[in-house]
Design a protein. Structure first.
Length: 474
């Protein structure tokens, strides 16, 4: 034994790569427009999510996890780069006419993993630029199968007004289906799942990073074979149940290949529910408003993570955290180098692992929306909301069965302060009673404005970077 140990130390016998000393795999599952209240473990009724609920039982569930911005592309930019989306020039939701995308100068989570020798694969919705130089395969992913942007950016959209071109399905960098139909949409979740499971089988013997970005439950909703007509809540519930079954299939693949114990699995969503779609939109679980607003219903999302032996089973984290923290957390967990350019996120490993006394590593988080408007700042339990215009369905006729209702726009004329510990529904403005808190949060916001700019305050930031752009059209 001693001789073997000596020989191993001298490099004469290669050390066996056991699960314990191998770099952990990372599986990141990201859904689209799934609200804070749209999982069983977050109080959903009318449909069941047993696989995600089990993931939470075996890991940690965050109650105060946020996206940086309540809209598709901006939210994804933060998840993929660890930056506020406006830092890297990505705002809103990129349309099929967009001629920009994620810059080659940015470092994605896939590139962070690649730097440590990981196999990297993605299935699903990218939405960080659909031209070849912006695709996942040019930003650290070995393989890709999915839609380049939202599934409603297609000619059949009720509000398309002749606007959208045919919706392509892309495999690698090749369009394998130039005109996704309703039938194809119904097969999307199943297609993504099959490819995700195959990726795990192909890469089980080396460290891998798998990003599963479901196109659903973003409207238009379609359920696959065997999933339609099952949930009491209706089609939205059917779609969520199919996503949950997909999570189950991915977890079963990790088990079958005996890599579950060495895999960090994360499940979260890109923004809150699209409320104008009524019964085809999700639920904020009682939070104020939804997608497209910086109220909690727009930016607070479910977040569940499992990592056997590292994350205590059945734990709940009530500290604030954000998608910008995912990249630095994974980088720390796998011993990867930080991106070359400055990023905004921080390692929340201590929160994931439930270390005693672990606190959110940020003094503040900033919620931008629209064209670089700093609409809210969050620090500890306090949230300061700045005067701005937002959309609401309050008092409006509801959308139904795929046809949206019409938002009305509301203006906030003066800043409002909320104590989210006492008032998670943001019903009571306590600014007048807490002038010191308002002042401190205003100072934090001023620092963000100097760095990232703010269209509401007409400030240009010094720390923003350009997105990638196609050359001008001739
Ligand atoms: Mg979305």
């Amino acid at each position: 034994m001693l001789r073997l140990l000596l020989a191993t130390c001298l490099g004469l016998v290669p050390a066996a790569a056991t699960a314990a000393d191998r770099l952990p795999n990372v599986v990141l599952i990201f859904t689209d427009d799934q609200g804070y209240g749209d999982l069983g473990c977050y109080g959903a009724t009318g449909f069941a999510t047993p696989h995600v609920d089990k993931l939470a039982e075996q890991g940690v569930r965050f109650t105060d996890f946020h996206v940086s911005q309540p809209v598709c592309s901006a939210s994804r930019a933060s998840l993929m780069t660890g930056c506020y989306a406006n830092r890297i020039g990505i705002h809103g939701a990129l349309s099929p006419a967009a001629r920009h995308g994620i810059s080659a100068a940015e470092t994605t989570l896939a590139e962070v993993c690649k730097g440590r020798g990981y196999a990297t694969g993605m299935v699903g919705k990218w939405h960080l630029g659909h031209h070849p130089q912006f695709l996942p395969t040019r930003h650290g992913f070995d393989s890709y199968l999915g839609l380049p942007y939202s599934n409603d950016m297609w000619p059949f959209h009720p509000q398309a007004k002749g606007g959208y071109p045919n919706l392509p399905l892309i495999d690698g960098e090749k369009v394998t289906n130039p005109n996704v139909t309703a039938k194809d949409q119904a097969r999307l979740t199943g297609l993504y799942t099959k490819r995700a499971v195959a990726f795990i089988a192909e890469n089980k013997d080396k460290p891998f990073f798998l990003y599963v970005a479901h196109s659903m439950p973003h409207v238009p909703l379609f359920a696959g074979d065997g999933f339609g007509g099952k949930a009491k809540q209706g089609l939205y519930g059917d779609v969520i149940q199919e996503i949950d079954a997909s999570v189950g299939a991915v977890l079963a693949a990790l088990d079958a290949h005996k890599v579950a114990d060495n895999t960090l699995v994360i499940f979260t969503s890109d923004n809150g529910p699209w409320l104008s779609y009524g019964n085809h939109g999700g639920s904020s679980g009682g939070l104020r408003e939804g997608k497209g607003t910086v109220w909690e219903g727009g930016v607070r999302v479910p977040f569940v993570a499992r990592w056997p032996g590292k994350i205590p089973a059945g734990s709940v984290c009530r500290e604030p955290a954000m998608t910008i923290d995912v990249l630095p957390t994974v980088a720390a967990a796998i011993g990867a180098k930080a991106p070359a350019l400055p990023i905004d996120g921080k390692d929340i490993g201590p929160l994931l692992r439930g270390e005693p006394g672990a606190k959110c590593p940020h003094e503040a988080y900033f919620h931008y929306y629209g064209t670089n408007e700093l609409q809210a700042v969050r620090s500890g339990k306090w949230k300061l909301v700045f005067p701005h215009a937002y959309r609401t369905m309050d008092g409006q006729p509801e959308g139904k069965d795929g046809t949206p209702g019409k938002y009305r726009v509301v203006k906030i004329e003066s800043q409002m302060l909320f104590d989210l510990d006492a008032d998670v529904g943001e019903a009571k403005d306590v600014a007048a009673a807490n002038p010191g808190v308002v002042k401190r949060l205003e100072e934090l916001a001023d620092a963000a404005r100097a760095d990232l700019g703010d269209a509401l305050a007409k400030k240009v930031g010094k720390g923003t970077r350009e997105p990638g752009r196609l050359p001008p059209e001739k």
